[in-house]
Design a protein around this ligand. Structure first.
Ligand code: LMR
Length: 337
């Protein structure tokens, strides 16, 4: 997508708001386009709908939120570019999508096995490091507003993956992060970067053999129709960052911004309260379809996955920054073996 195509998705009103020019009529609401790539009934879809409801309520009609689910406005990488250009005002992308835009620190969150549990992610989200990472976004026009915890990745494929040798030669869809690329290669698989909206068809036609993701995405995107196995590996984590266009956000009237901040704080709480249960339920629903074999890894099998990818932590120091990795280890209490 070039600049003109990206701007196509923007109404004159939204563009005016993004550039700080207020609409002619004082009565006209400020339009916030909130674009995302998942289904409306996935946790991000539900929380964005909740945000719309609360934002319109708390700003007493001064803001109108338009939700665009399922990549209907922009696909993965385009949405962040569109945000920087002011064509869209709110997103909640996976943090794995920030690296390719030049924010490689965020790829620390993709380091394999970095988060032991939900508490570890929460510790990160509340840390000074998380704030510093948001501050970095502002240097390129992006305002970081909240972190959302969408839980742990499982591995779905058309083949059963138990020991690391089972990865050999499999083509696995990944998001754009270099850490995910290195991790996939360390397992002996072949990474294929692809937009989320293209995954179902790529699985169906054999362009890829599988992918990592959270159960709620396997369920709401119906990936279970086009894979045969899911290893409950919890080898990685899906973190979202709610972001806005920096200029747009900073130039909002203070009372409006306050209302939006309150709506966002409550939507964040709501998101974090439903995501784990939605993942657990999705896994049960997938099992019930009888189409997919869902299995845990034995401790030995899991160890073979861990041993193969721990060197990735060290290899990525140059890209992510040694200090950032060390700070994250400390915050989440990760001890390299
Ligand atoms: C993906 O692209 O795999 C996911 O990050 C999509 C999402 O936003 O959950």
């Amino acid at each position: 997508m070039n600049r003109r195509e990206i701007m196509k998705g923007s109404t004159a009103l939204a563009a005016a708001a993004a550039t700080g020019i207020r609409p002619a009529s004082a009565q006209a609401p400020i339009v916030i386009k909130f674009s995302h790539v998942v289904a409306a009934d996935a946790p991000k879809g539900k929380a964005s709908d909740r945000f719309k409801e609360l934002a319109e309520k708390y700003t007493a009609g001064k803001v109108k939120v338009e939700i665009y689910a399922n990549s209907t406005l922009y696909k993965d990488k385009e949405e962040l570019e569109a945000l920087q250009l002011g064509a869209v005002q709110l997103l909640a992308p996976s943090t794995s999508k920030f690296g390719p835009l030049g924010f490689s620190e965020f790829e620390a969150l993709d380091l394999p096995f970095i988060f032991h549990d939900e508490a570890a992610f929460k510790a990160f989200a509340n840390s000074a490091l998380a704030k510093q990472m948001f501050a970095k976004l502002e240097t390129k026009g992006v305002k970081g507003l909240a972190y959302w915890d969408n839980g742990f990745h499982v591995m779905g494929a058309n083949k059963q993956i138990r020991n690391v040798k089972d990865f050999q030669g499999l083509k696995l869809r990944i998001q754009g992060s270099k850490v995910l690329d290195a991790t996939t290669k360390a397992w002996g698989a072949i990474p294929q970067v692809m937009a989320f909206s293209e995954v179902y068809q790529a699985l169906q036609t054999g362009v890829v053999d599988g992918l990592e993701n959270v159960p709620s995405n396997f369920w709401t995107q119906k990936f279970y129709e086009v894979i045969k196995y899911i290893a409950v590996s919890h080898h990685g984590h899906l973190s979202y960052a709610v972001v806005s266009n920096n200029k747009f956000w900073n130039e909002l009237p203070p009372d409006v911004r306050q209302g939006l901040e309150k709506a966002l704080a409550e939507s964040t709480e709501y998101f974090n309260s439903i995501a784990k249960k939605e993942n657990d339920d999705a896994l049960e629903d997938i099992k019930k379809t009888g189409k997919v074999q869902v299995y845990p890894l034995t401790p030995q099998e899991r160890k073979s996955w861990v041993d193969a990818v721990l060197p990735v932590h060290k290899d990525m120091e140059k890209r992510i920054g040694k200090d950032t990795i060390a700070a994250l280890y400390k915050v989440v209490d990760f001890k390299p073996a």
